[in-house]
Every structure is written in C-alpha cells, then in structure tokens.
Write a new protein. Sequence first.
Length: 160
Amino acid sequence: MLEPLRQGLPPLDLADVSDAASCALPARLEAVREARRFTRRTLVQWKTDERSDDICLVVSELVTNALRHGMSPDDAPRPAGQHPPVRLHLLRWTGRLVCAVRDPSRDSPLPREVDDFAAESGRGLFLVDSFTEGWGWQPLSPTLGGKVVWALFRLHAPAG
C-alpha cells in the first residue's frame, strides 16, 4: 500500500525506513483528535518531536479531509472485525518523516479555490503545502481501493 509514496518524493528507499507506525481511525470526526495524539506520542517516542506542532497540524488536515471528502455514507460505520476506512501511517528516515493517510475514495484531493482566507473551511491543503516540504496523492490498486495522501517533512539533524 505504501508503494505510491515513492512517486513524487526525493529518492527514498522503503527498505531504509528506520521507524514506522500506523493506526486505524474510526469514521467520525473525533478521530482527528485521536490522530493528533497518536502522532505526538509517536514523535516523542522516536525523539523527533521538534516539529510536532507542524506535523500534528498537517495530520489533522489530512485526516479531516479523508473523513469529510474521502468517504461515502456506505463507508461508515463498519461492523466489528472490519477494517476502519481511514488509516494514518508515519514513516521516518534519517532527517525525513512522511505522514500518509489512506481513505476509500479515489477522488483527487486537489485544493479548491478559496477567495476568503478567513473562511473556516477550504484552506486545509494550503496549510499542508505551507508546512511541508511537499505533498501528493496516489490512487491505490483496485484490490486495495481508495487513495493515499502523503506529506513530507524534513527533520532537524540530531545534535551530537
């Protein structure tokens, strides 16, 4: 499922991932808070929390978009034992971190035109673009279905 992360990124070898974590998120807006908590805990555990505020903001936007725009009424709720429709992945290489959110839609997450930057919605992908080194998306295979939207962060070099 993470193969699409190779496209559009600087050269990264998935075999060189030093840390990886993921969590399934329920199909409800409270999942955004759960995703931020999971991200913050994971970054502290990896001792890479110097950009945790930026990363948590981007995770919030990606998960919110997945829940609002990446799901149909048929996607939620799911019976016990079935995989939740949204999943957050965090992958760390030396000096880089990728946040990837999977959702069941194959629709493009392209930002829409926003005339009023004081509006409460419509700015999410502009924020993602502002706080990251880059972001993108890729439809997944027909077997998996849906898409993955990813965001890349550069991390500070460890002191030493």
